[in-house]
Design a protein around this ligand. Structure first.
Ligand SMILES: *[C@@H]1O[C@H](CO)[C@@H](O)[C@H](O)[C@H]1NC(C)=O
Ligand SMILES: *[C@@H]1O[C@H](CO)[C@@H](O)[C@H](O)[C@H]1NC(C)=O
Ligand SMILES: *[C@@H]1O[C@H](CO)[C@@H](O)[C@H](O)[C@H]1NC(C)=O
Ligand SMILES: *[C@@H]1O[C@H](CO)[C@@H](O)[C@H](O)[C@H]1NC(C)=O
Length: 251
């Protein structure tokens, strides 16, 4: 009896140790939250001050990643720890201002700075921006002092992607040609934005040498805007369209 107890205790101990030691290599991606402007009307009685659209979390999880939600309104130490504990960042789409104290723009600017430092130290630390995330990355690249978004309109419209450069950019480099063909010809990307970043905006703010425009599109009034860009030297990628919807008022 004693022996059985002993063996049982050993087995339980062994299983607990095994369970706690089990590790995996799935990357952890930090996803930045944002102010609640575009969802407030759905929660009239709540006092939430930030949110992340679940679709962005599911999008990463469906590719095998794990997600660390990132708060807005924290100090620099917090954002340093976030970068230290993650393998990359995603700035989601949505809709908010960039100029608010303790807001999305401020958090993105702090995170961007740390991501630059990590890459400069030789740590591969990728950053992805979608839609509003593209706009805020340009704001962060300008050190949080200038919002270069312009008004445009492409709301609830599916378009192809006008790929200008499929040869030198990294983002399309390994894409199979049949996939690129569909991207270029079919209405397969979903657009929902009221603000855009333009080639002129990049040029006027000296971003044209550090960011490479890989694709452009036109809004309903024929305004050309940047729809896919990547950093020339850092693994930073941005697309101006949603692969996932983040609310009817998204930009
Ligand atoms: C919000 O509160 C009001 C007043 O108590 C109530 O009538 C309403 O149903 C609530 N709305 C929601 C979405 O819970
Ligand atoms: C932020 O920008 C918006 C839009 O440009 C403007 O209406 C608002 O007054 C600004 N807020 C602050 C705190 O500067
Ligand atoms: C890449 O661009 C070149 C020149 O525009 C074009 O001929 C080629 O078909 C493109 N390749 C793909 C895979 O789209
Ligand atoms: C894409 O959508 C536009 C506008 O609705 C339409 O004119 C065009 O024929 C569509 N293209 C394809 C390949 O379906």
């Amino acid at each position: 009896m004693k022996l059985i107890k002993c063996v049982l205790i050993f087995v339980v101990f062994y299983l607990v140790v095994q369970a706690t030691q089990e590790t995996n290599n799935r990357p952890i991606i930090g996803v930045l939250s944002q102010e609640t402007y575009i969802i407030n009307s759905y929660f009239p009685n709540e006092t939430y001050d930030s949110f992340i659209a679940a679709s962005y979390v599911k999008y990463l999880e469906s590719a095998g990643a794990r997600v660390l939600p990132i708060w807005i309104g924290q100090d620099e130490d917090y954002y340093r720890r976030v970068v230290q504990y993650t393998n990359g960042l995603l700035f989601p789409g949505g809709g908010t201002y960039f100029n608010e104290t303790g807001g999305y723009g401020e958090a993105a600017t702090k995170l961007y700075q740390v991501a630059l430092e990590y890459n400069d130290k030789g740590v591969y630390y990728p950053v992805w921006g979608t839609c509003l995330g593209l706009q805020v990355l340009m704001y962060a690249a300008l050190k949080g002092v200038k919002d270069i978004r312009v008004n445009c309109e492409l709301v609830n419209v599916a378009t192809p992607v006008n790929i200008n450069d499929n040869s030198t950019g990294r983002i399309f480099l390994q894409a199979p040609s049949d996939l690129l063909d569909v991207l270029e010809r079919e209405n397969v990307t979903y657009n929902l934005h009221r603000y855009c970043i333009t080639r002129d905006g990049l040029n006027q703010n000296n971003l044209q040498d550090s960011w490479k425009i890989l694709a452009t599109n036109q809004d309903v009034n024929g305004l050309e805007f940047v729809s896919v860009i990547e950093h020339q030297n850092y693994p930073f990628y941005v697309i101006c369209r949603s692969s996932v919807s983040s609310g009817e008022k998204s930009i």
